[in-house]
Design a protein around this ligand. Sequence first.
Ligand code: GLN
Ligand code: ZN
Length: 747
Amino acid sequence: MKTSIIGFPRIGENRELKFATEKYFRKELTIDELETFSKELRQKHWELIKNSGVEGIPSNDFSLYDTTLDAAYLLNIIPKEVTELNLSESEKYFALARGYQGEKGDIKARPMKKWFNTNYHYIVPKFEKETNIFVSGDKIFKEYQEAKNLGINTRPVIVGPFTLLQLSEFAPGVDRAVVAEKLTDAYKEILQRLSELGAEWIQLDEPSLVKDLTFEELQEFKAIYQVLLADSTINVLLQTYFGDIRDAYETVINLPFAGVGLDFIEGRKTLELVKQGFPQDKVLFAGVVNGKNIWRNNYQQTIEVLKQVEQEKLVLTTSCSLLHVPFTTENETFSTEIKQHFAFAKEKLTELAELAAILANTDESLKANQKLFAESRFTENRTVQEKIKALTAADYVRKPVFEERVDVQKTAFNFPVLPTTTIGSFPQTREVKQTRARYKRQEISEETYDQFIAQQINEWIEWQEQIGLDVLVHGEFERNDMVEYFGQNLSGYLFSKNGWVQSYGTRGVKPPIIWGDVAREKPITVKWSAYAQKQTDKIVKGMLTGPVTILNWSFPREDISLKDSTLQIALAIQEEVLDLEKNGVRVIQIDEAALREKLPLRKTDWYSEYLDWSIPAFRLVHSKVQATTQIHTHMCYSEFTDIIPAIDQMDADVISFEASRSNLAILDELKQQNFKTAVGPGVYDIHSPRIPAVEEIKQTIGKILAKVPLEKVWINPDCGLKTRGIPETTASLTNMTEAVKQIREEL
Ligand code: GLN
Ligand code: ZN
């Protein structure tokens, strides 16, 4: 084996898996039909990888929802509240992923969290006292056998026990050491059984090793693997990614792993570590092809790196699973000039094969690649570059200070206590999506399209007034995606037709590509925000996406720093903010849904590598507005307990965030750290179709009020509603406003 990949995008070239799974959700497919469909898709992918010349082919990287959930499910790590219901296997699985509401009961989905520094999300496993860990499932064996029957000896992949422990939730009273032992036994059985089936390798993913590790954590890792690797009859590949494993390196190379996978792209110290010594009896899986970005690999640079490695047993691989890039550039309509700069998943397979050939002195592709990188491809924007240079400290500071603005805005807006609002988008029905698509294909005129959007806005404004929301939204019907929509109106951006990347479950995103210097060419949101505000006496919130999120949800350039790219975007959004203000929009929400996403995995790098420039970039966007303009921001996921001071430094007036799936755990921290910004912790989970009852929302609000002063609390769902259907949306929001009404009366 000379080339290998860590994982492949399972959704399929045209998101087939998404559409099939959604059909199953709608009961248009049975579970058996979905399984058959999945089986064919897996076969297609294995054969595609094989035909590309890549030799190390993974299996069990497939999933109907999430591979961490699959691992938990395989090991019977299923909370009691789910096992107690009399659900079928598939119902149980999807109940963990999406919640269950039906004749057999009513339970919430398990919490979902960001997968390290990506926009992929995993379902958080939970260990309880009652959890009986054993190999109860068979997915990993079945998929291995399935490939074997096709004549392909795959390397089954599963998240490793250490990372599984690191990512899981523990119910009170659960002894982690006991869990670790049970888990080790179960993994041992998996190794054993795969070996019996004929597998030569297993890949255990341990990305948690790239984080800062304590002595105790390292000990735990070591203890697990000493037992796991003892008399093992299968080659174990310890796979790491998203950084270097500086804390664990010594421990790792001294354990009897047959192979170790290291990330040479994001792992800043990987080369240095390997140069200090890597055992010659182990196979080094060198992650040299970027699994996260879409640019062509610079072969010359890669070869320079590999020359320094001096490892005989060497396998070329990707820096992480290809799950994080789109499927192929083949169906894209970019000019050849442009397209030659991109490599999506399928093209990365070719890159691996070509690199291996170059190393073996048998390939001509090096020359073409060198030529590609020798030519400059950018059209620069000098004006933007000058503006960035001219920025001073004052450009990043809003005046007057927060405390003064609170009073000014209290008088200006006179909102009731517990003001209610939503995060921005309303359901994107088939009709909405189709109309947008038809307009894009020029099948309907601009006039017809505008009439349609206006009508949607009118209907939803009226409905919001009816149920008594305090701050309304226009609904974002004109937007396909919160980043793409902005990118389309900025210069320097490119868009793929089909560049989908899985975000969670059946949800995908299509990140735009930052191709050159970014600037605002024309107003972006002003038309519809101003229009919506004119339809009502209530306040309508303007909706923007913030610069850090636009950057984090785009494929970034690799020729300038993330900081410089972000500042360019920030200046563009600043112009938009001021334009909205000028046009009568008095509350402006600047979404930073993905602020946390590129937070370095090592705490020591948090400020110096990221927050020191990303938080000021956000402030730059709103620093020039009047005191009477209220700035909101929104973040997906409440996992910011550890960066609360940084969030306060964004200096927004109000922040809403996801909280319902994580049980409002963040509130204690906000209180303790004296958080100044007003907060709207989401009172119900929009990632699940479940409808929260009035009583349930009241209880949640009660919990919030126990921790946060009344005058600082806003009430809202935990994210935008565009992925939801209309019935559950209207029912949930009606319950939400009713809950607030009752609480106001009780106060
Ligand atoms: N305003 C956006 C919406 O409601 C926010 C989405 C998000 O946070 N992911 O759709
Ligand atoms: Zn959100």
